[in-house]
Ligand binder design. Sequence first.
Ligand SMILES: *Cc1c(COP(=O)(O)O)cnc(C)c1O
Length: 417
Amino acid sequence: MNDLASVTSRADAVALDAADPLLTLRDELLIPEGIVYLDGNSLGPLPRRTPGRVREVLEREWGQELIAAWNTCGWMDLPSRVGDAIGRLVGAAPGQTVVADSTSVNLFKALAGAVRLRPGRRVVLSERGGFPTDLYIAQGLAGLLEDEVELRTVAPEALADALDDDTAVLLLTHVSYLTGRMHDLAALTDAAHAHGALTVWDLAHSAGVVPVELDAWGADLAVGCGYKYLHGGPGAPAFLYVAHALQGSFRNPLSGWMGHAEPFAFAPDYRPAAGVGRALCGTPPVLALAALECGVDLVERAGVAHLRAKSAALGELFIRLVDRFAEAHGLDLASPRDSERRGGQVSYRHPEGYAVIRALAERGVVADFRTPDVARFGFAPLGVRFVDAWDAAEDLREVLENGEWERPELARRHRVT
Ligand SMILES: *Cc1c(COP(=O)(O)O)cnc(C)c1O
């Protein structure tokens, strides 16, 4: 959007909303009155359709059809049906994406499968400051393989140079949870391939908010999260992508019966399903999948290109507004200023970032904090209006100018920040 520079009043922001084609879809989310919700990058708001759909699965499908529903209500198809829908959001043709388990568990499956496809290579390469679960899972796998492989982390800008012929897998989060910085997925995938390494991409902060073209960019394996920009609800199942070219050789280390070629043959020996179904492990979480499907459907109706344009514009407006007072109050932009290199969030460092976020919450502006000093403002575009960005910036200014964050109880951390 090119008229952001002309936004100098709240009324200007309201006018931008009036011209926003995505605004009507915001009504399909439940966002409590009086709340400016800038945490959709952590937990996407509830689609209004979800409770009715989940109730239908409970009362009509489970309640009335009982066990027959596995066949009559398409329950068994859910992992691949919702997987293919997510695939459409991340540039994956059908038959390569399934929904199952958590992102962490899918990381384990993807990484272990990838390491096995590169025998003799020792290194899983990742970046310092990557999302902890990615690193923990790699450490756990290295331990299990009795240090046949090791995790090596380097600074993000040193990744391309750190690739070599001992690299089995490049494991990276596309959009940083901390700063929103976005990697060039295509270029790093090419660089990994040039050294014969495979890639595992974590799309937790990408799916549903920034364009991703897994097939076109040559990605090998990818995982991502259902409860952030996909509005699947707390603890929603995650997704796992295995490129067609790898499906015949990919071996799922969690060789449960749902990934078997014929689960109901009850054969004594594991034989993997032919396609991406081999990435499954146990019985699909039907209720959670039904909820996730509602969220994914909403994102698909909005269209990733529109969502991306709006999210970038919201972030740009917020940065522009906060620029006016940031320096005077010790706020330091931690995200790339260039929206081309930034995902859906804008992060600032502040020595008392946690207390600032708590003080904002008291004003009805919900953002979050990541240790040690990062305040994150998520511009999940389905639920956020331009006027929300305006109001959040104004509230932030007042919190800082009035020293509202200085009350000692605001510095005491909750269990979940
Ligand atoms: C949110 C997030 C996860 C979540 O993992 P879970 O296993 O679902 O808890 C994983 N990776 C990244 C980069 C995330 O941002």
